[in-house]
Design a binder for this molecule. Structure first.
Ligand code: ATP
Ligand code: MG
Length: 697
């Protein structure tokens, strides 16, 4: 499949969410399932701890701070008895038969029942607080009116009586409640400590899994990338490919983290909040849920607007990047022609677009965030109003009300989170789509079907080769010639006649449309590509040098020993200038070797080819002119190299090839004539004309 992934911009993307993508991601997650599962578990535990905090506060308020009990009328009317039968452990009895109910139990009753009990005066009018009976409290309790002794060594103290005591005495009587509060405080502390602990593991495991997944994808991408045919690289700009392996993978990691984990966590916490609210008080929970539709609506509208703004922003950033990259790499042209002003104007337009897109995004967020705050405040107001009403009527405890306020605030956090992460997810989705589309694009040449011939002769044959880079535009037509082992064949012809193309076909960068190119008697399509390339070496027209030492540039990471290195440098004629460099072989080259001269680069590329020690050396000679001395060095190097092996030389300086065993003259992709230098001169054809033209220069 031939994808156009490289040309897709964010703005043109189709569906934002795609489960197919998540499925494609799964194989890379496979090695990290354990870590991911543990991270998810940790995040569930953190969420549970978060959810527990308001609940613990509620218990602290209801049981220990408020802690009120109601006394039931004595004797109980028959109807009240019947009602209370529904709540078997609702009442606790004192030693002398008085009955009490805690205010928490009272709010948990069916509202109709509670109202009946209240109306008939069975419950409610008198409030009590439970106090322990021990050595410390004995003296204070002595003689207090209205006490009721409970079987568990506590006493019910009427609230009014308690209010009449000094602060110190009140504290002593409520020692149990204070102890309870203290333990609740400890519990809250423990919960936060647990959240910190699990938070550490969640982050750690998640990041580790994310890094490992990215590493896997990058390896896969690079593998895939280097296996593609040169035709693929003709069509896809390098910058885009680099983005695929770096930025896009980084974005994908973001997707893994935000989509797979944050969303999971957010949904979990939302469900948890709704669940706890419903369990605490159904009516109050339903009132709160009234807010859900407007929240969803606002979030949906906002997400859409934010997505569009975000895409616009990305598009302007891409445009600005492209502009800058182009102008800076062409800075010489800009400066030589003194067109800085015009460029500045153009840049300010792009810059302005970027600013506008950024501002639009900011404006959208500036509306959304306060709007969410408002909805959250509205939720709290609803709780205070309706919940307060129910607290006053004794149907909801104060603790529940406080817990609701906390849950309501908590509810908005994940909503805001999801809305905010939406952009990241969008970009991540786009990136992953491009990554997978790239992985689906496979333009490798079909692998060799057979074995490399045993005999390492160094013979090459072109047989009726037709070739075109693009369908319908033939570049080579019926090209046939042979290079016998050990001989040197030269290819000449006007520019664009197809010389480099022949060299590329022999390297099997491309396959011929028809006809065959063979090496050591076997069609190239039968050769395992790596074996073939080991037997051939190509010195290209545009020498490519990496940033690194001279040594690295010659060996390309293959260690054959210092002798091989020196001999290659010597034979190629490069040793001479390398010796004169301050650090010799260890001199560091700038990117693309710009700190060497054109001739030096050429010699270095010879050294590289000789180091590879191929059976056949293909030389696509540079057109750049070098000084006579270097030219002589190059000539000498070529002569030396050709003495030892088969060579195909693409020559522009015809002087180079006078000694070639055979010369193939190409014209518009066809073989115009072949023969030795002498033969061709005598023939007086195209070669003679080319030679004449060269002489006249
Ligand atoms: P020169 O002497 O200038 O190096 P050449 O003989 O090496 O020329 P080739 O590079 O083989 O010429 O190109 C032959 C034809 O193929 C030219 O018309 C060129 O436009 C076309 N061509 C070369 N490379 C490609 C490519 N990657 N994609 C499409 N067309 C190409
Ligand atoms: Mg060429």
């Amino acid at each position: 499949m031939r994808g156009d992934f490289g040309y897709m911009e964010e703005g043109q993307l189709g569906k934002p969410y795609n489960l197919r993508l998540l499925r494609r991601l799964l194989p890379y997650v496979r090695g990290s399932w354990g870590a991911v599962a543990l991270a998810l578990l940790a995040s569930i535990l953190i969420t549970a701890a978060d959810l527990a905090v308001p609940y613990v506060s509620k218990v602290a308020i209801d049981h220990y701070i408020v802690g009120t009990w109601y006394e039931a009328k004595k004797p109980l009317p028959a109807e009240a008895k019947r009602i209370l039968e529904n709540y078997p452990d609702g009442l606790v009895r004192s030693a002398d038969g008085r009955a009490f109910m805690s205010h928490v139990k009272a709010t948990e009753m069916d509202p109709a029942h509670a109202r009946k009990l209240e109306e008939s005066g069975v419950l409610f009018p008198h409030k009590f607080v439970r106090a322990p009976r021990n050595a410390k409290t004995r003296r204070i309790l002595e003689g207090l009116p209205g006490l009721a002794d409970m079987p568990d060594k506590t006493a019910m103290v009427p609230a009014e009586t308690l209010a009449g005591l000094s602060t110190k005495h009140r504290a002593i009587l409520r020692a149990d409640d204070l102890a309870g509060l203290f333990s609740m405080g400890l519990l809250l502390l423990a919960l936060s400590a647990a959240a910190v602990f699990f938070g550490y593991w969640e982050y750690n495991l998640l990041e580790r899994a994310g890094q490992r997944i990215m590493q896997g994808i990058r390896t896969h991408l690079f593998d895939h990338l280097v296996a593609q045919s040169p035709a693929f690289f003709d069509r896809h700009p390098v910058g885009r490919l680099v983005t695929r392996v770096t930025n896009d993978v980084e974005n994908l990691n973001e997707m893994f983290k935000s989509v797979m984990v944050t969303v999971f966590k957010d949904v979990f916490i939302l469900a948890g909040i709704v669940g706890v609210m419903l369990a605490l008080d159904v009516r109050l929970a339903l009132v709160c849920l009234v807010l859900v539709p407007p929240v969803i609506l606002v979030t949906a509208v906002f997400s859409r607007m934010a997505r569009d703004a975000f895409r616009r922003l990305r598009a302007t950033v891409a445009r600005m990047n492209a502009f800058l990259q182009e102008r800076l790499s062409g800075i010489r042209a800009v400066q030589f022609f003194a067109v800085e002003d015009a460029q500045m104007e153009e840049f300010s337009v792009v810059n302005r677009e970027n600013y506008d897109a950024g501002m639009l995004q900011i404006k959208i967020f500036a509306v959304f965030m306060p709007l969410m705050e408002f909805l959250s405040a509205l939720g709290v107001a609803l709780i205070i109003w309706y919940g307060g009403l129910r607290v006053l009527s004794g149907q909801v405890t104060l603790g529940t009300l406080v817990a609701f306020v906390s849950y309501m605030r908590m509810f908005f956090r994940p909503v805001r989170d999801i809305a905010e992460k939406y952009n990241i997810m969008q970009a991540a989705m786009a990136s992953s789509e491009r990554i997978f589309e790239f992985l689906d694009t496979d333009e490798r040449l079909p692998p060799g079907t057979g074995q490399a011939p045993e005999k390492r002769e160094g013979r090459a044959d072109f047989q009726s080769v037709d070739f075109s880079y693009e369908p319908g535009r033939p570049v080579l037509r019926n090209v046939s010639f042979s290079i016998p082992p050990g001989s040197t064949v030269a290819l000449v012809g006007r520019t664009g006649s197809g010389k480099t193309t022949c060299a590329h076909l022999l390297e099997r960068f491309y396959d011929p449309v028809s006809g065959s190119v063979a090496m050591d008697g076997a069609d190239l399509r039968q050769w395992p590509v790596r074996d073939l390339r080991k037997r051939l070496a190509l010195v290209q027209q545009d020498v490519f040098l990496f940033a690194g030492t001279i040594r690295d540039n010659i060996t390309l990471g293959q260690d054959k020993g210092e002798d091989a290195l020196l001999s290659a440098a010597e034979k190629s004629g490069a040793l001479e200038f390398i010796r004169h460099l301050e650090k010799g072989m260890d001199t560091v080259l700038a990117e693309r070797g710009t700190n060497l001269s054109a001739g030096q680069r050429q010699l270095l590329s010879f050294a590289r080819a000789l180091y590879a020690d191929p059976a056949v050396l293909i030389l696509d000679e540079a057109t750049s002119s070098v000084d006579p001395e270097t030219e002589a060095a190059i000539q000498k190097a070529i002569r030396q190299m050709s003495a030892e092996r088969t060579m195909l030389v693409v020559a522009h300086r015809l002087s180079t090839i006078e000694k070639a065993d055979n010369i193939v003259v190409l014209s518009h992709g066809r073989v115009a004539e072949t023969g030795t230098h002498q033969e061709l001169i005598q023939k007086g054809g195209l070669y003679a004309k080319l030679l004449e033209a060269a002489r006249r220069e």
